[in-house]
Structures are given as structure tokens and as C-alpha cells.
Write a protein that binds this ligand. Sequence first.
Ligand code: MRU
Length: 357
Amino acid sequence: MNYLKQVTHIDNVKLSEDGSSVIIIDQTKLPAKTEYLTLQTAKDFYDAIFELKVRGAPAIGICAGFGIYVLARSIEAGNYEDFYRQFRQYQQYLNSARPTAVNLSWALKRMEQVVRNNREKAVEEIRELLRKECHTIWQEDIEMCQAISKYGLSLLKDGDGILTHCNAGPLATSRYGTALGPLFLGKERGMEFHVFADETRPLLQGARLTSYELQRAGIDVTLICDNMASLVMKNGWVQACLVGCDRVAANGDAANKIGTSGVAILAKHYGIPFYVLGPTSTIDLTCKTGADIEIELRSPDEIKKKFYEHPMALEEVKCYNPAFDVTDHTLISGIVTERGICRAPYTESLAGIFKEQ
Ligand code: MRU
């Protein structure tokens, strides 16, 4: 059976019909089970984002946009000031769930802007405008992913071997995904790719999500441990690396899942182009370089205990568990956005795509 359309058009995050909740696919349960969760309270949203039940920079932003709308509906306030004060509390709480992916604060700020720009309106009207805005955020992401997929595909040839890290597919976005988008689009057009998916320690997004999405879509995928990337590159099996991003600084330094920068260094060594794909909502010109990007640190248990029957290290052994690293812009062959492919010097090309709008 051909699941390509189901994979690329999956509803991983959506607002319920009556607007009272957000329904997500619990990504921590995949691939064993497709389980839907209904999120309603601020804690539901915070936990789902923090625990990576919903994950991937654009998907987190979409979920936060829908989420703060749901919460705004529940605010009991007779006047604008009360409404805005409680809205801000929810905004700050949701925003604190994960620091690195800029899409979270970006979507929440967009929603806040709607509230601030309409202070003269009745609270009921503001709520209606918020409903429209969160839908727009979602719709725009669909369009951005489709455009990124087209630009990304222009960089590839039929039969190419591709290496990807973590998961930047439909589950991490709205439709198609970013780094995986060109592969799905190519498949629709009859092209074949041979994809190596890094398993992506410690949370295994590559194994659990990327290989699942590609396999179901009928794309040739081979799962490898992260430390095998060098060998498959040396063997000549990789013609391009495609990865997503969580925050791109003004100079092109790109934060993405831990291990990404190592892949970029290997790619440079073997002369393989390394592309970062992401919507402009992931570009943060307020960060001058990658040094300004806050890197999320997560629990040692993710390294020592998660997925194991017994702990894989002594209780007293220290662990360092950064969730992201920053790939230096000098290692990046191109940053693929919905507005085109940016090339070095990134300080100019990235600023340029914002000016053109
Ligand atoms: O911690 P995660 O699973 O949210 O990290 C996700 C990534 O690093 C993705 O590559 C990134 O968000 C791109 S999503 C299109």
C-alpha cells in the first residue's frame, strides 16, 4: 500500500473542531503506537512540549499558537488589562518549556501581538482574532514546507544518497517537513533516493520517527547509529546531507539536534554538501552568532536509563546531555528557506531574504 500521502499530510497537531483543545500525535509512542492526546490546560501544553510528545521546531510553534488560543478562551476577564495580564502569564509559562527552538517564542509573540494590536476591541473579538492567527501560523507553515521542499529538491539528483540527522519530516512540522520535504516531493515525482537516517542518540528521533516516515512513504531508508556516518560517507554512499534547524543566527550558524555539527564536519572532510533546511520562522536575526543561542540541557536519565531495562551506567556517573549543538556557518553549503536558498556570506543573504518582503 502507498502511504506517501498519509505520511506527508499527517495531522500531528490540530485544533479541535470546537476550539477547546489541541489534539496531537504523541511522538514519544511512535513507531509502536499511533496515540492521540487531547491537550487543554497550560500544564498539558507545557508537558507535551517539554517531554517531546510534540517536537520539531515548527510543530512546537504551531502547537503553542493553538495552545495559547485554547488558554485565551478560558481566561475570565472583564477588561483588556486583566485579559492581557493572564495571557502574558500563559505565554511566559509555555515559552519556558524549551529554550532552543525559536519557533516557540516566535509563535507566542505573534499571538501576543494580536492581543496588543487590538486593545481597543472587546475581549471576545480579540479571542476571535487569536483563533484566526493560530490558523494562519499553521497554514503558513504548510506553505513554507512546500516551498522549502521545492528549493531543496533542486539541489538533488535522482538516485542520490542522502544522510539526515534527527527528524525534520512531517511530524516535526505541518506537511512534508523541511529536511525530508525534498525527498517526499521527489518521490511524488518518481525520483528515488537512498537515505541514511542517523538514529540520533539519546532520544532516537531518527530511528523512531525519520525511518518510520520514510519507510512508510516507500523511500529507501537505512538506519545507522550516529557513529556510522563517517563510514557511509567514506564509502561514497552519500551525495548530500540534509538537516533541519531549531534556530539560525544572523551569520548562518545553525542550532539543530545534538550531533548535527559532527555530521557537518564529516561532510566537509569528505567533500559532501551539507544543507540546512528551515522556514524563515526559524531564523533569529537577534542572535548575531551561534554563541547567542541558548542550548537546552536535559536530564542524565535520557542517556543512562531511557529505552534500557537497566541503567547503562552507575547512578553516580555524571552525564552531560545538551539537546542541541551549533553548526558553524563555514560548514554549511546552503540554508534552504521558503524564500530561496541562502549562500555564504550568510550575514548578507539571510538579511536579504527578510528585506525583500
Ligand atoms: O529535540 P527535538 O526532537 O525537538 O529536535 C528537533 C530537531 O533538532 C529538528 O531537526 C528540528 O527541530 C527541525 S524540525 C523541522
